[in-house]
Ligand binder design. Structure first.
Ligand code: EPZ
Length: 425
């Protein structure tokens, strides 16, 4: 049985949408709870497949995980029986690589099935391994079984300069360094909001992590950590997705439970293209209000590490620019092949020419409904935005990708007036 979204586009989105917890913080914080050695309570986790998958992985390791979607997740890692993380659920999810740092930092060893993940280019983990080796770990790769074994009786602090700015490597090595002996200094690190959120969680568990969100993170190893309660920040990428969808449909949408400073690059580009973005607070939560009349002005996008324009919103933004009044140039600087959505958007009548890391999007007046297939999580969001902006009915297949990273996307869009239905065939 497969499912697709049927979308009857051309209708402006209007109303209020509330953002869920950050996927890319949650998928690191859940494995990181192993470091506590006591029970942790995690709030505001997004109700997505990746969170359910990580719950199953921790349960598979022997942890006691009590979780009802929409409520808090309670993780007791003291019942974890061993360090074998080679079962199938592990290799099915890229973020399972965080088990490397969490289990090496807790038990001094781990056997890990190497991650899978989205098809946006090769996803090396050489920087993760560089960091673990610098902390003293021995790493054995069994390429035939796609298994990695890491071992170190006592990790020792080190100074590590990453060759490339990597969210995953920054977070993974931060996890491993929490209980390493002495001081660890990480340079040329990722500064994304979810990296800072993980560092804040580690400090709530008694770690000593300073400088997250800057170019240098200093970690002083502690002998013991402890349980805590923690609430995950709102999702920067989900926020940007709904900001772009509001503008692409010439709508007027209030997006609640956001952190506006996380959105500055996206806000700037939407305003450059002619959208209105206003910030406010209702006395409790910040919100952003995005509205748009007519077609966007063309604008050029260059994806960069934070605080630059996020690569995860390059795909949704391209769908928006397909109706611009001119040609936009989109340059993908983070991943070497993140334009699979372009050929799908062409099925709506979009005019996009891709050459390696540069896509030229020549805006057209009207997009028309078509049949499309998602190739990764954010490509799926891009196709949905294209379909919402198009006149007529579209289908978006492979929506399992969407369910991995967006909580109840069709429900949130329906509440904004979108004519979107999930169809099982
Ligand atoms: C994280 O992936 C996110 N995933 C991605 O979001 C996001 O696109 C990416 O960061 C960039 O912001 C999670 O947080 C679970 P990287 P990650 O390591 O950590 C190269 C989504 O849609 N690199 O920052 O895998 C790499 O090839 C997903 O939510 C190395 O060369 O990304 C890429 O070109 C998609 N060696 C660049 O660095 C390494 O060891 C950035 O990758 C690691 C990375």
């Amino acid at each position: 049985m497969s499912q697709y979204f049927s979308i009857n586009g051309g209708k402006p989105l209007a109303g209020t949408v509330t953002i869920s917890g950050a996927k890319n913080a949650a998928v690191a914080i859940i494995p990181a709870a192993i470091l506590a050695g006591e029970t942790c309570v995690l709030e505001n986790l997004p109700r997505i497949a990746d969170v359910r998958g990580l719950k199953n992985i921790l349960t598979g390791l022997g942890a006691a995980v009590d979780y009802t979607e929409g409520a808090a997740m309670r993780i007791d890692p003291t019942t974890i029986k061993g360090t074998d993380a080679t079962f199938s659920e592990v290799s099915a999810m890229r973020a399972s690589y965080y088990l490397l740092g969490a289990m090496l930092g807790t038990y001094g060893e781990v056997e890990l099935a190497l991650p899978g993940g989205c098809v946006i280019g090769t996803r090396p983990i050489d920087q993760h391994l560089k960091g673990m080796r610098a902390l003293g770990a021995k790493i054995y790769l069994d390429e035939s079984r796609n298994i990695l074994r890491a071992q170190c009786n006592r990790l020792r602090g080190a100074e590590i300069f990453f060759d490339v700015v990597s969210v995953g490597a920054t977070v993974n090595v931060m996890l491993a360094a929490c209980k390493a002996e002495g001081q660890t200094v990480l340079c040329n690190v990722a500064k994304e909001p979810h990296v800072v959120d993980v560092a804040n969680f580690l400090n709530m568990m008694g770690a000593k992590v300073k400088g997250a969100g800057t170019d240098m993170i200093r970690i002083t190893g502690v002998p013991q950590m402890h349980g805590c309660s923690y609430s995950v920040i709102p999702d920067q990428i989900e926020t940007g997705t709904y900001m772009i969808a509001a503008a692409a449909t010439q709508g007027d949408v209030i997006i609640k439970n956001v952190i506006p400073t996380h959105m500055e690059a996206v806000t700037a580009k939407l305003m450059e293209s002619g959208a209105r973005v206003r910030e406010g607070d209702d006395g409790y939560d910040f919100f952003l209000r995005v509205s748009m009349d007519g077609r966007p002005r063309p604008c050029n996008i260059k994806t960069m590490v934070y605080p630059g324009f996020p690569t995860d919103l390059q795909q949704p933004m391209m769908a928006y620019l397909c109706r611009a009044q001119g040609t936009s140039v989109v340059t993908e600087n983070i991943f070497e092949s993140r334009f699979n959505h372009a050929k799908e958007l062409r099925r709506l009548g979009a005019s996009i020419v891709v050459a390696k890391r540069v896509a030229k999007v020549k805006g057209v007046e009207r997009l028309r409904g078509g049949d499309m297939s998602a190739t990764d999580l954010r490509a799926g969001a891009s196709l949905i935005i294209g379909a919402l902006a198009a006149q007529g009915v579209s289908k978006v297949h492979n929506i399992g990708y969407i369910d991995r990273g967006y909580e109840d996307m069709e429900g949130k869009l329906q509440a904004l007036g979108a004519r979107i239905e999930r169809v099982t065939q």
